[in-house]
Design a protein around this ligand. Structure first.
Ligand SMILES: Nc1ncnc2c1ncn2[C@@H]1O[C@H](COP(=O)(O)OP(=O)(O)OP(=O)(O)O)[C@@H](O)[C@H]1O
Length: 250
């Protein structure tokens, strides 16, 4: 695989406008491989738009980025290296989970000899093996989320983009998903994690970036962001509220 130094994601001046709206405004990123980057921001801050640019789903208005060493202009090459769990996972209602994942494995060119075994192991991990032959149309939101997560990780991507991976999951499933993400990172994947569930971000992220009105206004380890709170002993939530309060510290 083509690589550029040790960075999993680099971006320079990444900007997206929708008419008068500047959704993402000159974002620079330099995210090392095999780390978890927590991407925070209030509703409408530009997180999804940033992820859509980094996953080639929408082109930037200006700026450049490379993911896993591949330019975001090179969609066909890049998509083999990335996984994406969006807000609404792309699944066919009429497929069973097993059919959906076999289809995804085929598209992502997972070795056919390995695919079935990997699908079963991951379904078992997220406690979906018993439901694997039921149609996704009958699944709960949490079950869909888990299928979407397995689909995003199935091909061992170099970089995985996760939008609210634990949203709607029960505590045990949430814990399993956190462990799964940690293990995936230990085996070489970089995770770009967008979530409003701050304890999960605090637990997983090596670095947290806070987007506010399209701009990256803070970037540091969770511990260092917490040190910036009034008493220096707060939570990531307090740090987030300070950073994203109008006129507050940036
Ligand atoms: N296709 C679009 N056309 C016009 N405006 C858009 C489009 N997509 C996003 N926007 C605008 O861009 C801004 C950023 O939206 P985005 O969805 O990236 O935010 P977000 O940080 O992901 O929010 P949330 O936490 O609510 O999911 C918002 O003002 C939104 O209205």
């Amino acid at each position: 695989m083509e690589t550029s130094g040790s960075a999993a994601i680099t971006a320079t001046g990444l900007t997206k406008r929708f008419g008068e709206t500047v959704a993402v405004d000159g974002v620079d990123l330099d995210i090392p491989r095999e780390t978890v980057y927590g991407f925070l921001g209030p509703n409408g801050a530009g997180k999804t738009t940033t992820i859509e640019m980094l996953t080639t789903l929408t082109p930037p208005t200006s700026g450049t980025a490379r993911v896993a060493g591949v330019s975001i202009e090179n969609r066909d090459q890049l998509k083999q290296h990335i996984g994406y769990l969006p807000h609404d996972p792309p699944v066919y209602e009429s497929f069973t989970a097993r059919e959906q994942l076999a289809y995804a494995a085929d598209i992502r060119q997972v070795d056919p000899d390995r695919a079935d075994e990997r699908i079963d192991a991951m379904l078992e991990r997220v406690d979906l093996l018993g439901d694997a032959n039921d149609r996704i149309g009958t699944y709960s939101q949490g079950m869909r989320r888990k299928v979407g997560l397995v689909q995003a990780l199935l091909h061992d991507p170099d970089v995985v983009f996760l939008d609210e991976p634990t949203s709607g999951l029960d505590p045990r499933s949430s814990r399993t998903v956190i462990e799964l993400i940690n293990e995936q990172v230990e085996t070489g994947t970089t995770a770009f994690l967008s979530s409003h569930i701050l304890p999960v971000v605090e637990e997983l992220a090596d670095t947290v970036g806070v987007l506010y009105r399209g701009r990256l206004v803070a970037e540091d380890s969770p511990e260092r962001l917490v040190e910036r709170t009034e008493e220096g002993t707060g939570t990531l939530e307090e740090a987030f509220l300070d950073i994203t309060t109008e006129g507050g510290p940036a």
